[in-house]
Design a binder for this molecule. Structure first.
Ligand SMILES: Cc1cc2nc3c(=O)[nH]c(=O)nc-3n(C[C@H](O)[C@H](O)[C@H](O)COP(=O)(O)O)c2cc1C
Length: 253
């Protein structure tokens, strides 16, 4: 089966986030169990307004009132099986523009992915994507784990599965620091010098990418094997219709 991997760099510049994202995507491409199709998205030169809680997306099947870069990234996000975020730490967490995106993505789901069960109760469709996060900052112990934890929460809210790499480099995702350097190529040049923590971060990012696709493959094959039972639950209808389109090669948009 073809697995669609969306790598998202949350930095407004071409820098350290993109360097580690490339490592993760390279790790993902090493998985021999599936056909991997990769797309890279950068927040560089993009514009994301904050959510204004107008409720338009809830009333209009997920369509947002702001006309900026949101719809494009949301469409890519929904079509992906694997999402790998590579984020610079800003003020101990993700950059504001990334938060604007995930706030709006989450709320739009209440319009586009709401499920009403036969007893009238409501829930959200299972999205079943795997989501991994790389977070790097200029300093040591300066928000990397908080950032990754915030993205794990985002994965859970989006009815998806947070994934990490392997022990010991990757407890909950990839955390890294640029050893006090603010240059956009700091990580790259530290890696060339084989600086210990950056070597570990590169290994972690590569394993994170690999595990994200492996686990997505397991999940999608598991869904197909369990269709008879799970398709009785309307929360799984969206993912099964996505899977059917994938298997038939029909365009998703
Ligand atoms: C507004 C702002 C806030 C930042 N806050 C943090 C922080 O809390 N912790 C940290 O380690 N680095 C912080 N940094 C530094 C960046 O995370 C760091 O330079 C990172 O390597 C940038 O990644 P990039 O090259 O992909 O843009 C901040 C940078 C900016 C511009």
């Amino acid at each position: 089966m073809k697995l669609r991997v969306l790598g998202i760099s949350g930095s407004p510049r071409k820098g350290n986030s993109e360097f580690l994202l490339e490592q993760a995507l390279d790790g993902a491409a090493q998985y021999p169990g599936a056909d991997i199709e990769t797309e890279v998205y950068s927040f560089r030169n993009k514009h994301f307004e904050p959510c204004i809680a107008c409720g338009h997306c809830i009333r209009k099947q997920g369509s947002c009132i702001h006309k900026d870069d949101f719809d494009d990234l949301r469409a890519k996000w929904l079509e992906a099986d694997v999402i790998i975020y590579s984020l610079p730490v800003y003020h101990m967490t993700m950059p504001g523009q990334v938060k604007c995106f995930i706030d709006r993505l989450g709320n739009a789901s209440f319009g586009s992915h709401k499920v009403v069960r036969s007893d009238g109760s409501e829930t959200l469709s299972k999205q079943m994507k795997t989501i991994g996060t790389i977070a790097q900052g200029i300093h040591m112990f300066s928000g990397q784990e908080h950032t990754i934890t915030d993205m794990i929460n985002h994965a859970l809210i989006m009815q998806s599965v947070p994934v990490t790499g392997d022990m010991w480099e990757s407890y909950i995702g990839t955390g890294a620091w640029t050893c006090n350097q603010d240059a956009r190529n700091a990580m790259d040049s530290l890696y060339e010098k084989q600086e210990f923590s950056v070597v570990a971060a590169v290994r972690s990012a590569r394993l994170l990418g690999r595990r994200c696709v492996e686990q997505a493959d397991i999940i999608l094959k598991g869904l197909l094997a369990s269709r008879e039972t799970l398709s009785k639950d309307p929360a799984y209808h969206w993912i099964y219709s996505r899977l059917d389109k994938k298997l038939s090669g029909a365009p998703e948009r």
